[in-house]
Design a protein around this ligand. Structure first.
Ligand code: PPS
Length: 568
């Protein structure tokens, strides 16, 4: 019978006095400002959550983890935990050099001795770790478009934990949880990993798991980074707190885990298991499509629904944590209770509301039945997810100079202001270049900066319930995609391609710029001497030739209406 020994696990922190000294000395070191994901990784490295890792992976361990799910010494470890940095930063380093690792406010959290410095083959990493080099996978997208080009590896010396101001009392290090379990006399603990609010199906699943494993239950939600588009962790934790009284407090506890998920399905399940083992748990629940990333670019699932269970099962003896596996739980109307889908007899009435359907109902303000969730959870969700027609959103026009973007954007702004309800901000290309981006030119780098700034402002407006209308040229597809991701965390992103042809824009030449560009007097001019990536799947494409501005603006309004962004 599996029991936890709950002895303290080794951490990478130095003592308090040494930390003070080290911190003072580290002020002189070259420093790397950690990204949000790296801060999550560092926290779990330092507190033993990623035991047996002693730092960010070196090249040998990395290659071995990517190829075989094992460190070079043979220990099971499925996820490459790497410190990705820019080429410029990496070029400054010598082998064996110590660097300071700082959080986003500049606080030194750790030092690292750089033993390895290399340029990884990211496509290979994507294929091996995530199963495909397909950017529809959020971690593959991150790998190619967010992570730095170079990886650094080496042992880490911990100075202090990353600071969290939210839900402090609910966060525990592995050693704090181990001590807590010791204190309560818990020796068999089943952990439930989640990145979603708890609904009735989850409650039933966790009850059954605890019963099956004859174990105490640890609800262990991830509050670091989850799948883009997920419900933010503040809302989720308020939801968890709202249903905690549905659990017997003598046998159940909740602890928040600052993990940056990768959505790597099977490998992720094994990783999650190892992390929970480090936190003193003996059992781990793996359900259907554990840590699944959704559909690939061909519209198919990346992993089979029970691949994660299979991989976990293969390794669980070696891992020292046992899987409690579950099929999907469904509601059986005749018996008014949840049951695993594979135990329900044919002919029974099975009800289920998928994540997508739940989002739709929230977006449209529709009923969410009591058999599905708890009223307190639904109320919390409705507070942060008002119907779409009351949420913020961004309309992002893109097209050649002189295509008519600004004119249509202006008309749209006026119409939306006439309708009222939400504040409207126009971020027109020319206006932005006068204010936000006055020092920028038209190199690729500067255009990207310009568009990312617009995206940042638009995402803030969207987050706060306003309407942002952007109208830059935005010639590069990857940058438009990045802006889409920034905005979609908070609301809808509506890309409108103003598809006036280059010939027509040049014929109109309203500002006389095309003539100058042809004469070579303006360099890097979009369409003439600089590229424009045609949007492949914009929400709307406006053919402006032969139509008037009012009609174009109407088409946008109709699109917004069909997306539920303005009330019909
Ligand atoms: S970008 O690429 O999205 O950052 O461009 P944007 O900020 O929209 O600025 C485009 C306006 O600047 C004028 N302009 C140029 N456009 C393209 N290429 C070059 N080299 C260039 N130099 C100046 C041009 O008038 C654009 O205005 P719009 O409103 O698009 O016609």
């Amino acid at each position: 019978m599996m029991m936890s020994n709950l002895a303290p696990i080794s951490e990478l922190y130095v003592s308090y006095d040494s930390a003070q000294k080290l911190k003072a000395e580290a002020g002189d070191l070259l420093s790397w400002d950690l990204t949000p994901r790296q801060i999550c990784d560092l926290e779990l490295l330092m507190n033993g959550g990623f035991n047996p890792l002693r730092g960010f992976l070196g090249q040998k361990d990395y290659d071995s983890v990517v190829e075989n799910m094992r460190l070079a010494d043979g220990s099971l470890w499925p996820m490459p935990i790497t410190l990705d940095v820019s080429e410029e930063f990496a070029a400054k380093l010598e082998e064996g050099q110590d660097i300071a690792l700082r959080d986003q406010e500049g606080v030194i959290l750790a030092t690292m001795t750089v033993t390895d410095n290399w340029t990884p083959d990211k496509s290979r990493e994507a294929e091996k770790v995530f199963g495909a080099d397909d950017q529809a996978h959020p971690a593959v997208n991150y790998l190619h478009n967010t992570a730095g080009k170079v990886y650094l590896g080496g042992p880490v010396t911990g100075i202090q934990q990353p600071v969290h101001y939210d839900f402090r009392a609910r966060r525990d290090t592995p050693n704090e949880l181990r001590a807590y379990f010791r204190k309560l006399g818990w020796r068999r603990i089943v952990a439930f990993q989640t990145r979603n609010p708890l609904h009735r199906a989850h409650q039933e699943l966790t009850f059954r798991a605890a019963k099956e494993a004859q174990a105490n239950l640890l609800i262990n939600p991830v509050v670091g980074m989850t799948k883009p588009g997920d419900i933010d962790h503040f809302t989720r934790v308020r939801c968890y707190e709202a249903v905690l009284d549905q659990y017997p407090s003598a046998t159940t506890s909740m602890s928040l885990l600052n993990l940056a998920m990768r959505m790597a399905g099977p490998r992720e399940a094994v990783w999650h298991g190892l992390i929970r083992k480090n936190h003193g748990c003996t059992h781990f629940i793996v359900g259907r499509d554990h840590a699944g990333p959704g559909k690939n670019s061909a519209g198919e699932d990346f992993y089979g629904p029970y691949d994660a269970q299979d991989l976990f099962r293969e390794h669980q003896d070696e891992m020292g944590i046992e899987m409690v596996d579950f099929k999907q739980m469904v509601y059986v109307q005749e018996r008014a209770q949840y049951e695993p889908a594979d135990e329900v007899e044919e002919g029974a009435t099975v009800l289920n509301i998928s994540g997508t359907e739940l989002r739709r109902r929230l977006q449209e303000g529709l009923e969410i039945p009591e058999w599905f969730s708890f009223p307190a959870v639904v109320a919390e969700l409705r507070r942060t997810r008002p119907p779409r027609s009351q949420q913020g959103f961004t309309v992002f026009f893109t097209g050649f100079s002189g295509s008519g973007k600004s004119t249509v954007a202006n008309a749209l702004m006026v119409k939306l202001m006439e309708m009222g309800g939400r504040p409207v901000t126009l971020l027109d290309g020319d206006i932005v270049r006068k204010n936000l981006s006055s020092e920028l030119g038209f190199s690729k780098e500067h255009r990207d900066l310009n568009i990312r700034r617009i995206g940042y402002v638009a995402s803030e407006i969207t987050k706060n319930g306003g309407i942002a209308i952007c109208a830059p040229i935005a010639p590069y597809a990857t940058t438009r995609r990045a802006v889409r991701e920034d905005v979609e965390q908070f609301g809808a992103f509506v890309e409108v391609h103003v598809a006036t042809s280059l010939e027509e824009c040049e014929r109109r030449d309203r500002k006389g710029l095309y003539k100058l560009a042809r004469e070579g007097k303006i360099k890097e001019f979009t369409g003439i001497s600089d590229p424009y990536d045609m949007p492949e799947t914009p929400e709307l494409r406006l053919e402006t030739e032969g139509t008037d501005v009012d009609f174009c603006a109407q088409q946008v309004l109709l699109k917004l209406e069909s997306m539920g962004l303005i009330a019909a």
